[in-house]
Design a protein around this ligand. Structure first.
Ligand SMILES: [Fe+2]
Length: 390
């Protein structure tokens, strides 16, 4: 039964469509931004593809000055956000624009808090300081995965404690999200697949989570439906704007779903994996965990789990419940296969001897996500999920 007891809060203005990146200047000036800090990745590919220039030109034509902070790397640290906040303050920027994947946007969100409120990222991550206000944030994703452009989370890693956790605050909802599928066309195959799985697992975990409401279901089901329809075609059609549009839209829907319902144990475990192994991309870690998670979760939320197959129009009505559960797990397995992501944790450098530490790290740092997972998973359950994925 759908839970009709919820708060619906989507304060982000979403501008979606091919070519809308050229509206960023217009949108920024509507927010009163006169000098923007443009936060993006270190690698240089976004500059090479011309995306950085598109944003800067649009800002310039609206009379907005731009300072570039192109320093973001995978699994960004709290210290990086502190450095960015110093740059933001020293150039007296009055707005922050994140261009890139989740890492770039989450660093932009963190900078927007620290530059205005002071303190260090670590203090916000530990809850010693509350994020109450932030400079206006504009998010321009170039991947279709995190949904951070429409949610209240900024994930950073505290390298001292190996905790990959989020600053969660209503203050860091981006004021505007510019969702231009043209910017995702150049994403390489591995990242295209990995970010799709990130969005998919947001939808799955919020959907079967204990915090699911009618609103979470609405957005999660839409994301699941879209991803199961379009993701299998992705790797053979990387520059197809229609497919990219549907996946970017699905990622946004899944982002709204987790902002209202949270993820669960799969994300808690993946954050531990990529905190221990910072070279592991979040979506790849999730792909390694997904089937083992599904086997744990399926018998605990049977009806809802089977709905995943219904959303993909897989005929299950004549099957027994157990057969339908198996069919749904096979559907997830097939998605991973079509995205070329049939990988094991071992392939990512995880070893048997680490499993307990990973499970304890997840339990310690992301209890809130474990608590959102049906079945009240114990530390032994967590270790078993990891072991099955090894
Ligand atoms: Fe995620």
């Amino acid at each position: 039964m759908r839970k009709l007891n919820f708060i619906l809060y989507i304060p982000t203005k979403v501008v979606f469509g091919s070519g809308v990146v050229n509206r960023v200047g217009h949108e920024a000036s509507k927010l009163g931004i006169t000098r923007a800090l443009l936060v993006t990745t270190r690698g240089g590919s976004l500059r090479r593809f011309g995306y950085v220039n598109m944003v800067m030109n649009s800002l310039q034509s609206s009379g907005i000055e731009t300072e570039l902070f192109a320093e973001v790397f995978t699994n960004p640290t709290a210290e990086l956000a502190d450095v960015g906040a110093d740059v933001c303050r020293s150039y007296r920027c009055d707005g922050v624009i994140g261009l890139g994947g989740g890492s770039a946007i989450d660093v932009a969100k963190s900078i927007a808090i620290i530059a205005l409120q002071g303190g260090r990222a670590e203090e916000y991550l530990k809850g010693e300081r509350k994020a109450e206000k932030a400079l206006p944030i504009i998010a321009i994703p170039t991947t279709h995965g995190t949904g951070t452009e429409v949610n209240r989370f900024a994930v950073l890693t505290d390298i001292k404690t190996l905790a990959k956790v989020a600053i969660a605050s209503s203050a860091i909802y981006p004021r505007t999200a510019i969702l231009d599928p043209e910017l995702t066309k150049t994403l390489p195959p591995k990242l295209s697949a990995a970010t799709t799985i990130d969005a998919f697992t947001h939808a799955l975990e919020s959907y079967i989570g204990l915090g699911a409401t009618a609103v979470v279901d609405l957005f999660a089901e839409e994301a699941i439906r879209e991803i199961l329809q379009y993701a299998p075609k992705l790797l053979n059609n990387l520059s197809n704007v229609e497919i990219r549009s549907h996946l970017l839209y699905a990622s946004m829907c899944a982002g709204i779903a987790i902002s209202h319902g949270r993820t669960g144990v799969m994300h808690a475990l993946e954050h531990a994996v990529s905190a221990f192994h910072p070279e592991v991309h979040h979506g790849i870690g999730l792909a390694a965990l997904m089937l083992s998670w599904a086997k744990y979760i399926a018998p605990r939320v049977k009806e809802k789990f089977i709905n995943i197959a219904r959303l993909a129009k897989v005929p299950i009505e004549k099957l027994t419940i157990d057969e339908a559960l198996q069919k749904t797990i096979a559907l997830l397995e097939d998605l991973l296969k079509k995205l070329d992501l049939r990988i094991r944790l071992r392939d990512l450098g995880v070893e048997e001897g680490e499993l307990r530490d990973l499970a304890e790290n997840a339990m310690r740092n992301l209890q809130v996500l474990i608590n959102n997972t049906p079945g009240n998973p114990s530390i032994e359950d967590l270790i078993e999920i990891l072991r099955q994925a090894l």
